[in-house]
Design a protein around this ligand. Structure first.
Ligand SMILES: C[S@@+](CC[C@H](N)C(=O)[O-])C[C@H]1O[C@@H](n2cnc3c(N)ncnc32)[C@H](O)[C@@H]1O
Length: 279
């Protein structure tokens, strides 16, 4: 009789309901020499060819392999990503300081809400700003981006949709310039600048007026409060206070954290629509 081995998938009790204990169809395999079996004898095997080992490009010092990190916690992943993404996450060569998940969610929000003006506070190299401009080009409707930063670095990026405002976002002149460019259009705001509690609190109150009903005020990097990263205190406290004081006007849309891994927990704030309902 041939020896028979069934390769069943290992089960994980925490995934009950998602993972079947039985091997999926086609996964069970029979191993044997065929003696005594009713199946046809296997064709004679050709002599094995010696293959050159596959070439692997690796930077294990920076990018560890998933098979060695299967028990990594989300916290450990976030800390790893926090240090790594500053150097390696880019759009057209310009750094983007976001998780790939939050980056995708930002695209979803632009497509779902179609604002007429996006106010991006804190643009760094402008990678995310240029990416939004290109996405809006593809969406092909009129929407301007106002990029605000203390530093003139992003000025080298030119795109017809982008207006740069170089200065402190908390400065009244900056806010006045933004109001001028917005000119009453349906706006959304992305705050990704200083992240200190006091500054975030100030920016929320200065820029909420530019957020239209059914549009978002995104406060980035609220995760710092969960992973004990500076600044202390971070933006989460400002968000909590703001939402508590604006009951009925803004809701925290946690459905935008659908990937679980986010730098912006409780940071997707949706302005309640004119009929009083959140979308
Ligand atoms: C985290 S980076 C922005 C990252 C960018 N949004 C991205 O996703 O790639 C923060 C930026 O905010 C700017 N910044 C900090 N405080 C600011 C303030 N008070 N007003 C305007 N910009 C500020 C800094 O110069 C820096 O470029």
């Amino acid at each position: 009789m041939p020896s028979t081995t069934t390769h069943a998938l290992p089960t994980n009790p925490r995934l009950s309901g998602f993972q079947s204990a039985a091997a999926p169809p086609g996964f069970a395999a029979t191993v044997g020499d065929g003696a005594g079996s009713a199946t046809a004898a296997p064709a004679p095997r050709a002599a094995p060819r010696r293959e050159a080992p596959a070439r692997v490009l690796d930077r294990y010092d920076v990018f560890p392999h998933i098979e060695d990190r299967l028990t990594m916690t989300v916290r450990e992943w976030l800390v790893y990503h926090w240090t790594m993404h500053r150097h390696f996450t880019k759009y057209l060569g310009l750094k983007v300081l976001k998780t790939p998940f939050d980056w995708i969610v930002l695209g979803d929000i632009l497509q779902d809400t179609r604002p007429e003006v996006v106010i991006a506070i804190g643009c760094y190299e402008g990678g995310d700003t240029l990416w939004m401009a290109h996405l809006l080009d593809r969406l092909d409707y009129p929407c301007q981006i106002i990029g605000i930063d203390l530093s003139p670095t992003p000025l080298s990026i030119e795109h017809p949709r982008i207006s740069w405002v170089i200065g402190d976002a908390t400065d009244s002149q900056t806010v006045a310039r933004v109001a001028e460019i917005c000119a009453g259009r349906r706006g959304m705001v992305i705050e990704d600048s200083d992240h200190k509690y006091t500054v975030t609190r100030e920016l929320l109150t200065l820029y909420e007026r530019f957020v239209a009903p059914d549009c978002y005020f995104i406060v980035e990097d609220t995760i710092v409060d969960y992973i004990q990263m500076p600044p202390f205190p971070g933006p989460m406290k400002a968000v909590d206070e703001f939402v508590a004081a604006r009951r009925g006007q803004f809701v925290v849309d946690r459905s935008r954290e659908k990937y679980i891994v986010t730098h912006n927990p409780k940071g997707y704030l949706l302005r309640v629509g004119e009929n009083g309902a959140a979308r």
